[in-house]
Write a protein that binds this ligand. Structure first.
Ligand code: PCA
Length: 216
C-alpha cells in the first residue's frame, strides 16, 4: 500500500471568491511519486474548526508527510514557513465572523514549534527550478498559523515520525487584478512548486544548511 502525503488548502476568505491554496492542492489529488500518493483536503477558514478537520484527516489517513498550504495575499513568492507560534490574534474575523484576539492556541503548550520539513532544501530547489521562494519567519497569527501550530502540536504529542509544515502562496493573477500592486503567481507554477516541495521532502531526511534568514 502506498504511503500518504496529506496536502491541505483553505476555502476562500476575506471577500475573495477563490483561494489559490485549495485550487493548487486539489489539482494534486491522487498524484503519485514513488511509493507515495497525495490526498487533498479542504479546511474551513474558521478558528477551531480548521484544526479539527486537519486532526481528523491526520488520524484517518496516518500520513507520512503533511504540507498545509494557505493564501498570503501580498506576499511575493512561495514562502516556506519556519515556525508556528502559540497565539491567535486575528486582524479580521474568520468565516464564522469570529475574531479571536490574544488567545493561546493550546493552553500551556510551548510558545512555538519548528516545521519538520526540509525548509532550506525546498527553497533551494524551488529557486533552482526558476520559481520565486523564500523561508518565512512568521506564518502570521490568523487561521493558517492556528492550523500549523495545532498540526505540529499533534505530531509532537503523538511522537510520530510524520513530517509536517506550512507553505504560504501569493494571489492568483485574477485576484491580484483586484488588488493593484500585489504580486501574483500562476496556478501551474504553484502546483509545480508543491510537486517540488514534495520531491525535496522525500529526498531530504535532514535539511541542508544554507542562509535563509533576515536581519529584521
Ligand atoms: N490564509 C489565511 C487563512 C486561510 C488562508 O488561506 C492565513 O494566512 O492565515
Amino acid at each position: 500500500m502506498k504511503k500518504i502525503i496529506l496536502l491541505t488548502g483553505f476555502e476562500p476568505f476575506n471577500k475573495e471568491t477563490i483561494n489559490p491554496s485549495w485550487e493548487a492542492v486539489r489539482t494534486l489529488q491522487g498524484w503519485h511519486e514513488g511509493d507515495f500518493v497525495v490526498h487533498a483536503r479542504q479546511l474551513p477558514c474558521v478558528f477551531g474548526q480548521a484544526s479539527k478537520v486537519m486532526h481528523q484527516a491526520v488520524e484517518e489517513l496516518q500520513p507520512s508527510i503533511v504540507i498545509a498550504v494557505g493564501q498570503a495575499g501580498g506576499r511575493v513568492d512561495l514562502s516556506v514557513e519556519r515556525i508556528a507560534i502559540n497565539i491567535d490574534d486575528a486582524p479580521i474575523a474568520d468565516n464564522q465572523k469570529r475574531q479571536i484576539v490574544d488567545q493561546p492556541i493550546v493552553t500551556s503548550g510551548p510558545a512555538a514549534y519548528f516545521a519538520t520539513l526540509p525548509i532550506k532544501a525546498i527553497v533551494h530547489a524551488l529557486r533552482e527550478a526558476g520559481l520565486p521562494s523564500s523561508v518565512s519567519q512568521t506564518a502570521g497569527t490568523y487561521v493558517c498559523n492556528h492550523v500549523f501550530y495545532s498540526l505540529m502540536h499533534q505530531a509532537h504529542e503523538w511522537g510520530t515520525t510524520m513530517r509536517a509544515g506550512f507553505i504560504h502562496i501569493p494571489y492568483l493573477p485574477q485576484q491580484a487584478a483586484a488588488h493593484p500592486g500585489s504580486a501574483s503567481m500562476k496556478l501551474e507554477d504553484m502546483v509545480e512548486g508543491l510537486r517540488i516541495a514534495i520531491r525535496t521532502t522525500l529526498a531530504h531526511d535532514v535539511d541542508m544548511r544554507e542562509a535563509g534568514g533576515v536581519t529584521h
